[in-house]
Design a protein around this ligand. Structure first.
Ligand code: URA
Length: 424
């Protein structure tokens, strides 16, 4: 077979055969297909899409590029959550221990952030001593004992996605329903969870801003999960504004700990509880997540989960050397603070990476002081910009230049959770 034939066929709107797809995915995993040819095929898929049959074969090939974990030895029901990526999205940090405290095992294998979207592992690594790498035996043991693990996916879990995702990130080929769906679902199916709840984001901070695209993505992922025997449900949630007040690693951990302690921002708690209820129902557990959160048991599980991976839950979180302020340019009601702009500002302050191998700063980020509906006057501080490197502040301010929409009257409140999707 020849990669050019596949590229030309897809470029011209043709369908790839199962043999061609299997050949391509195994060639990418083994490094036999050069990046320029793989990237050209990815771009053709962005434009032409994949048929249902092609997507099923593509996803199955990605799962089979590595190992599918077997969690059947656990005596707790397994259920996990995945978000398609947003700004200030620290839900996993609260949800994973919360659902474990309700009685499930939550095998949360996560990734690092890329671009404006933060990664769960980068956030957790702001905690002194915490390690993302956990071997499979230790992973199983912690799942059985604590019920919650947030850890790095091993190299043998859907390795085809590792290659393709890194290429997509630098070739403008992330925003595609079949590519996002196969990327996420291949990893989650290979992880071995029996149930999966998806938080599919729409809005400016999401990879697919249009809610209609978000809904198609959600249905596509639900269908793929069900086809592979993983019970899957999706909630479509708004990501036009950051979730909570903070975007940036240590700042987000602090906010998640506030939520575990019974406080935290209302939107974060609302999304977390909605996802938790879905997970608890899927696992057939008789527990009310709101009661468990209020009881402090989710906090106990958080402490056990952090401690099991070398972290010190009592250690103070690192803080930035410089804190600057972003101020309102005029009077009015805050109609909106744009999620993508805040994510980009946090990223430019050092919270995210431009290339996969770049380090991230645990202290960098944006902490909002005002939100939609608040009245401000010219000069009112809207947010703190945290960084260790003051040279990065001008670029962060530039990212925020058009982030604020002010109106003479307060905006109507928008529902955070748009739809529940249980069928592909
Ligand atoms: N997250 C993933 O894991 N893959 C994508 O393609 C997008 C978000």
């Amino acid at each position: 077979m020849n990669a050019v034939d596949l590229i030309v066929a897809k470029r011209d709107g043709g369908e790839l055969s199962d043999q061609e797809i299997n050949w391509f995915i195994s060639g990418v995993t083994a490094g036999r297909i050069p990046p320029e040819q793989a990237a050209a095929l990815l771009m053709a898929i962005v434009w032409r899409g994949l048929s249902d049959r092609e997507l099923a074969t593509w996803t199955a090939a990605m799962i089979h590029s590595g190992r599918r974990l077997d969690l059947s030895a656990l005596d707790r029901p397994t259920v996990d959550k995945h978000s398609t990526g947003g700004v200030g999205d620290k839900v996993s940090l609260v949800l994973c221990p919360l659902v474990a405290a309700c009685g499930a095992a939550v095998p949360q294998l996560s990734g690092r952030g890329l671009g404006h979207s933060g990664g769960t592992l980068d956030k957790m690594e702001a905690i002194t001593g915490w390690r993302a790498e956990v071997g499979f035996d230790r992973f199983l043991e912690q799942l059985g004992q604590v019920g919650a693990v947030i850890a790095a996916a091993g190299d043998d879990l859907a390795p085809a996605d590792r290659v393709l995702y890194a290429l997509r990130d630098v070739t403008g080929t992330v925003a595609s329903v079949p590519l996002i769906a196969s990327s996420i679902m291949s990893k989650k199916i290979a992880e071995g969870t029996a149930g999966l709840v998806l938080d599919v984001k729409f809005g400016s901070g999401a990879f697919l801003p249009d809610p209609a695209d978000g809904e198609i993505l959600a249905r596509t992922m639900v269908g793929l999960g069900q086809a592979h025997g993983v019970e899957t449900v999706a909630l479509l949630t708004a990501m036009d504004q950051p979730l909570g007040w903070a975007a940036g690693n240590a700042l987000e951990v602090a906010e998640a700990v506030d939520a575990l302690a019974g406080g935290g921002p209302a939107d974060l708690v609302e999304v977390t509880l909605a996802l938790a209820r879905e997970m608890v129902a899927m696992a057939h557990l008789d527990a009310d997540p709101a009661t468990v959160l209020a009881s402090g048991r989710a906090m106990d599980t958080w402490r056990a989960m952090v401690g099991a991976q070398g972290g010190d839950p009592d250690a103070p979180l690192p803080v930035a050397r410089e804190v600057d302020q972003w101020r309102a340019p005029a009077d009015g009601y805050v109609n909106r603070i744009d999620a993508l702009a805040v994510g980009t500002a946090a990223w430019r302050l050092g919270a995210g990476r431009a290339r996969k191998e770049d380090p991230v700063s645990p202290v960098a980020g944006v902490r909002l002081l005002r939100t939609a509906g608040d009245h401000v006057t010219a000069g009112t501080p809207l947010a703190e910009l945290h960084t260790d490197n003051p040279d990065l502040l001008p670029a962060a301010h530039e990212a925020l230049a058009d982030a604020l929409t002010l109106t003479p009257t307060p905006p109507p409140s928008q529902p955070l959770i748009r739809t529940r999707i249980a069928e592909g």
